[in-house]
Design a protein around this ligand. Structure first.
Ligand code: SF4
Length: 373
């Protein structure tokens, strides 16, 4: 493709605007796989833009009206990104991974067991049900963990053997570099730590692949040692929202575990996994001001926790589907100072062994880390 590329703004501005506005696809079928439903951020697609992999909303209401449109990819998989009629960049979409063509002996497609995130991360929700999600009164209003299960695109409980089989194939066929094991929260007091341990043990027996496990803080900090001993390299415990009133409104079930318990658990986990190998996910745009987010990020960095701040993506079919995502200005007001803070604390994304902070595709934080003065 030889179209002239003339970005009207700096790359950082383009990244935050694209992630906030979403993207229309001229030929959705030609642009490869995207993700709908599931735990965590969704309804988006991996796009490589100026060397950075970014998850960009494509299935949200906002994305359908976005001024950003991607043309049909050429034979090399490159597509022209336009803002209105103005070309702004050349982009590439993540290719459909080869392991998606396989299935287990009992007929479960590998893509129902784990999926490719970004361009080199294998991700799965080990347990696709959650005690929080069972009632509308307790469910996190941004979450779609039940949607992909209801649509038959995943299985409820991925066995350790299935995960090991798919991880091995994804490494051999698609060169994945690390793996994210997340889970819905079971009713047991370990909050899912035990099934994450079982899963990691089986995966590590099959293949050398760094693993991040994600769960709510378990009842007993001894679980962090068990998780490390099972072969888990990094851990994510996700605050999502910080202010007490916002937590109670947006995630009434999860808010019963106070931020203070997360902070204790972070300290205990850093003692086991090391500085920078413990992280949290914070969703910007759900009521917390930039100041509140930056204040908590400062506390997290001081104890060695990587604060992965991500723009909220309103997922179709959830109670927050009509909430506007944060503006690019809001994201820059958070990410510019945060990038500098992360750098000063010496906890850079590329030094994380595995997981969302390392992948970084759901936020442009790691790009801000690189340019922060
Ligand atoms: S940041 Fe995490 S949730 Fe987002 S694409 Fe990467 S691995 Fe998946």
């Amino acid at each position: 493709m030889n179209a002239s590329v003339n970005p009207p703004e700096s790359n950082l501005q383009l990244l935050t605007e694209l992630q906030s506005s979403g993207l229309r696809l001229a030929e959705p079928q030609a642009a490869g796989p995207s993700r709908r439903g599931g735990a965590g951020p969704s309804d988006h697609k991996a796009v490589v833009i100026n060397g950075v992999t970014l998850m960009v909303p494509v299935h949200t209401h906002g994305a359908h009206q976005s001024a950003f449109v991607a043309g049909a990819p050429d034979a090399g998989g490159v597509s022209l990104l336009k803002h209105g009629s103005i070309p702004v960049a050349q982009i590439a979409f993540a290719k459909t991974p080869r392991f998606y063509a396989l299935q287990t002996l009992d007929g479960v497609p590998y893509s129902h067991i784990a999926t490719l995130h970004g361009t080199d991360v294998l991700a799965t929700t080990v347990l696709q049900t959650c005690i929080r999600y069972e009632s509308r009164k307790k469910a996190c209003k941004f979450c779609a963990i039940g949607q992909s299960l209801a649509a038959g695109r995943t299985v409820e409980r991925k066995t350790p053997e299935q995960l090991a089989e798919v991880a091995r194939a994804a490494v051999l066929l698609d060169n994945v570099k690390h793996m994210v094991l997340t889970t819905g929260t079971p009713s047991t007091p370990d909050r899912g730590a035990a099934i994450l341990c079982e899963s990691a043990r089986a995966i590590r027996r099959a293949v050398a692949l760094p693993i991040q496990a994600q769960c709510e803080p378990p009842d007993d900090d001894v679980w962090f040692e068990r998780m490390r001993d099972a072969g888990i390299d990094t851990i994510g415990m996700h605050l999502e929202v910080i202010g007490e009133a916002e937590r109670a409104r947006i995630m009434p079930g999860k808010a019963t575990v106070p931020v203070s318990r997360y902070m204790e658990a972070f300290e205990a986990a850093v003692r086991v996994f090391g500085r920078g190998q413990v992280s949290t996910y914070i969703l910007a745009g759900l009521g917390d001001t930039p100041q509140i987010i930056l204040d908590v990020a400062r506390r997290l960095l001081a104890i060695g926790v990587y604060p992965f701040v991500v723009p909220f993506v309103p997922i179709s079919g959830t109670p927050l589907e009509d909430l506007a995502p944060p503006t690019p200005e809001f994201m820059r007001a958070v990410l510019a100072p945060l990038g500098a803070m992360v750098r000063e604390a010496g906890l850079r994304a590329d030094e994380i062994k595995a997981g969302c902070g390392k992948c970084g595709a759901c936020s442009s934080l790691s790009s801000f880390e690189k340019v922060a003065a």
